[in-house]
Design a protein around this ligand. Structure first.
Ligand SMILES: [Fe+2]
Length: 244
């Protein structure tokens, strides 16, 4: 790998990382869809698979824009540096997403009550989303810093979709599915509530059903404060806004 000499090189690296992440998610989602029992969850994951395919195409646009800019710089006598070879071929695998997905596959391979499986799938999917939110937020901040408005807009479009997916998963979990897992529902082909209760991790973290939503909400929405602070000040006002 060539030496990275500036923020633009770092942006290129982040984009490449995100590209690999999206490819891995496209591969991993069908198994999650297959395992999900709740119809709404299944549908949400299916929808997100379609969205993810578009996000990968959007990253193709981003790479094309960045490559065009490099070509212009080269014509102007500036060095293309790190990026030219990075997008010109070769492979790069996002190890972070690889690990998140491997962790998800491991838990989905466990023998568990269907309702507990749904809760586990949501947790896996949210880890994926949070990783992406971090990556896209960072890349957008770099693009803004570099005055690459068109690149920043494309990245923001995907970032907003990742937030929406994360929020939907939180709503599904807090709205119903965590409680179903806690109660061991959907156990028609299994027995004892006591066993599934033991399997649920929500018992310890939620002292009572009434207080559970607030706690669970706080836990699953833990990324929220970072939305306004991790990338840039501008991010705080526009991140959730779909208006361009
Ligand atoms: Fe994505």
């Amino acid at each position: 790998m060539e030496k990275m000499i500036n923020l633009k090189d770092l942006l290129k690296h982040e984009v490449q990382d995100l590209y690999s992440a999206e490819e891995q998610i496209i591969e991993a989602l069908p198994a999650m869809i297959d395992k999900a029992q709740n119809k709404q969850l299944k549908q949400a994951l299916q929808n997100h698979l379609a969205v993810t395919r578009k996000q990968k195409e959007r990253l193709d646009e981003v790479r094309s824009l960045l490559n065009d800019e490099d070509a212009e710089e080269e014509n102007g006598g500036k060095s293309k540096g790190f990026f030219s070879k990075f997008f010109g071929g070769g492979s790069h695998k996002c190890k972070g997403m690889e690990g998140v997905i491997a962790e998800g596959e491991k838990i989905m391979g466990e023998d568990m009550n269907p309702a507990v499986m749904d809760a586990a799938i949501i947790a896996c999917a949210q880890k994926v989303e949070h990783y992406e939110i971090c990556g896209y937020g960072t890349a957008r901040a770099y693009a803004r810093e570099l005055n690459m408005g068109n690149v920043a807009e494309l990245l923001e479009e995907t970032l907003n979709e990742e937030y929406e997916a994360d929020d939907l998963l939180t709503d599904l979990a807090v709205g119903r599915l965590n409680e179903k897992a806690e109660n061991g529902e959907m156990r028609s082909n299994r027995k004892p509530a006591s066993r599934s209760k033991g399997a649920s991790t929500s018992k310890k973290s939620a002292p009572s059903k009434k207080s559970a939503p607030a706690k669970k909400g706080a836990a699953t929405k833990s990324a929220s404060p970072a939305r306004g602070s991790r990338t840039s000040k501008k991010a705080a006002t526009s991140k959730r806004s779909k208006a361009k």
